[in-house]
Design a protein around this ligand. Sequence first.
Ligand SMILES: Nc1nc2c(c(=O)[nH]1)N[C@H]1C(S)=C(S)[C@@H](COP(=O)(O)OP(=O)(O)OC[C@H]3O[C@@H](n4cnc5c(=O)[nH]c(N)nc54)[C@H](O)[C@@H]3O)O[C@H]1N2
Ligand SMILES: Nc1nc2c(c(=O)[nH]1)N[C@H]1C(S)=C(S)[C@@H](COP(=O)(O)OP(=O)(O)OC[C@H]3O[C@@H](n4cnc5c(=O)[nH]c(N)nc54)[C@H](O)[C@@H]3O)O[C@H]1N2
Ligand SMILES: [Mo]
Length: 759
Amino acid sequence: MTRKVQLLPPSQHTGLKLGKIKSSAAGIPAVSSSIAHLSKELGLFQGLRIMAKVNQKGGIDCPGCAWPDPEHRSKLGEYCENGAKAIAEEATEARVDPDFFAKHSVEELSKWSDYALGKAGRITHPMMLKEGSSHYENITWNEAFEHIGKRIKNHQPNESVFYTSGRTGNETAFLYQLMVRKLGTNNLPDCSNMCHESSGVGLGETLGVGKGSVTLKDLYNAEVIMVMGQNPGTNHPRMLSALQKCKENGGKIIHVNPLPEAGTTRFIDPQSPLEILKGGAKIADLFLQVKINGDLGLLKLIMKGLLDREDAGQDVGIDHDFIQKNTENAEAFFADIRQIDEAKCYEQCGLSKAELEECIDLIAKHQKIIICWAMGITQHRNGVANVQEIVNLLLMKGAVGKEGAGTCPVRGHSNVQGDRTMGIYEKPPQAFLDSLEKEFNFQPPREHGYDVVDSISAMKDGKVKVFMAMGGNFISATPDSELTAQAMQNVDLSVQISTKLNRSHIITGREAIILPCKSRVERDEQRGVVQFQSVENSMGVVHKSIGSFPPASNQLKSEVGIVCELAGVLFPEEKSVWEKRSTDYNLIRDEIAATIPGFEDFNRKVRISGGFDLPNVAREGKFIDGKAKFTVNELPDYELQEEQLIMMTIRSHDQYNTTIYGLDDRYRGIYNERRIILMHPEDMKSRGLKTKDIVSIHSDFMGERRSVHEFIALDFDIAKGCCATYFPEANALVPLKSVAKRSNTPASKFVEVVVEKMN
Ligand SMILES: Nc1nc2c(c(=O)[nH]1)N[C@H]1C(S)=C(S)[C@@H](COP(=O)(O)OP(=O)(O)OC[C@H]3O[C@@H](n4cnc5c(=O)[nH]c(N)nc54)[C@H](O)[C@@H]3O)O[C@H]1N2
Ligand SMILES: Nc1nc2c(c(=O)[nH]1)N[C@H]1C(S)=C(S)[C@@H](COP(=O)(O)OP(=O)(O)OC[C@H]3O[C@@H](n4cnc5c(=O)[nH]c(N)nc54)[C@H](O)[C@@H]3O)O[C@H]1N2
Ligand SMILES: [Mo]
């Protein structure tokens, strides 16, 4: 019997209400929203007890985002509304136990929304969905490990895929990649493939390190910060206080976005009563409402403007001395900028000459410049080129490797950067593999493994037999939902190591196993000793995170424990070594110290209050062989049909990726509904649409049409020719093969669509 699960999330509406669009972020409404979420999931008292430990030195690292903690932390916890929601979601009192699974078949659960699945609560027991069966059943941990081990060993190493989401702590990540490489494959796709991969590739090639170069102090001291393709008010709320400090020190903020996101307009520090009374501080000095994927055109126009002004005899601060001493390929770069097609750049960015001049003024006058960016820059077919053009502008101004200046790709998941440092990478550097070989005395596989997009293609082609995921929600996070769901159903066994129920437990391989694990806020005690893990934030600071609350169920194992027990089954001759690692995480840290540069003396340094910095050649101005590289990047090459719009898939204020905290998007004034599409009023009019009309959205790519239905059109202040939907509801429209050149990141912010009224 085959299970008939529904492949796409349900399309029912939840009851849209529209409210006022906010221009300021945080403040009292943010405090009351977090209190509401905490109270609902775990009671107010317990909620506040947990919040008091979040992001304190020696406390719990907030699972919300990777933004670093300031030196002086507020007693309230480095408080943030969305951090509180992340904690509430994890510490919830709702439980998904064997009775739950006995009651609900997977077929039934496939008709639940991601929101409903997530709210079902924490998974309490290891569960198995047998081939052909309709319900998950409870199994013992031993049965689970034996079964997974047997399935993996039945096949060639490259027929298994091991995904990682970015919450995994360093110690787990290190052991997980070690286990996978000992098995003989580099099939280690991760959420970074869908996230900042374009930044990693773009920065690695030009500045010598695939991470950002700035520290928090640099942000405070910058003269100009450009925030491009990022919505900090929702996704990195604690970044707003850094922007505010920069402004207090006289800095200017330029916000580049097709949407006027609330936090970047005004920010009310919830910890400052005076601020609340004043209605907050204005954040952006200049808002450039760029068209989707107009950033490359904009950057080229800025650089051409600087050159033109210099040619006309003005001092615009092009740092020729820095360029000569520290860079390569400047000539080709300048030649390219001199001959750009300005009309096309203007057309693509959709900005006026006056707006450009104002922006060029700010850049010309200042040398300490930081550019921050996130998914609006990376999730494009030209994502790598976007990042490299950002680097070009900074290099032109000599704004890298100096105080108050540099690159700031703002990371997503709280340890996504650390996981990479630990070797979660399908294309590991040879030096890293050499080091593993030396320390662990085995031959690591040298050929590249599958990233996320290649894994899906390989599953579809029947080349993958076992899929395992350390956290995350592969099914909902990946593009091309229907195709990905079919690909997953082609796998023999899928295994999820998870805290909470999600769609990846429902759309599975022929067999599926769930291994429930402890979350970051929970106490991880091994043989009577409380263990901690470490994480690396967006600015390369490594610090410890220690959970202290009772686990959601006494059946839960730690992620380290799960990896070690599975490795013990896969490599019986090493069982005792893996067992030792699982009972004393210091041993793992010693192994990391022996293998990864920057982690020498790890066990001592990780105990320093506030953590320690990893080396960063771009921050130190050393680059690759002492030279940073200018690059020449082509403008995006696309032509829209008259009826087409460009669609970006973005996050609402009430979600953490595929975990939907609630149905509101408070700053954008949208309540109780997620199946919406935001459109420019003129684009609605020309299509004969009125606000709240129900529409189908079609995405056309390489001769194939993908469609979703039952979306509600809303007129909105968005750049003309552009529209926005929420992820994951609109992922079915993102074609698997529409990816960034060289980073293979799905182009989730650039989907060519046609919007059509439904009858
Ligand atoms: N509360 C909360 N926090 C989170 C997350 C979450 O889901 N919820 N997710 C975490 C993760 S994994 C990540 S990667 C980050 C994501 O953080 P963001 O990148 O801020 O998230 P998105 O909602 O994808 O927003 C992209 C922003 O870029 C803009 N944009 C889209 N296309 C373009 C473009 O072509 N050009 C420009 N200039 N702008 C564009 C959009 O309007 C939007 O403001 O946040 C992390 N933090
Ligand atoms: N269309 C579109 N698609 C996108 C994006 C987009 O902007 N648009 N953004 C992309 C980005 S930037 C990212 S990072 C990916 C995110 O992709 P993922 O990281 O795969 O997705 P999440 O939704 O963060 O995963 C949530 C699940 O992780 C599990 N979990 C939570 N905490 C823990 C833990 O401590 N341990 C374990 N083992 N499990 C845990 C829970 O079961 C939860 O349901 O999505 C990508 N997909
Ligand atoms: Mo991300």
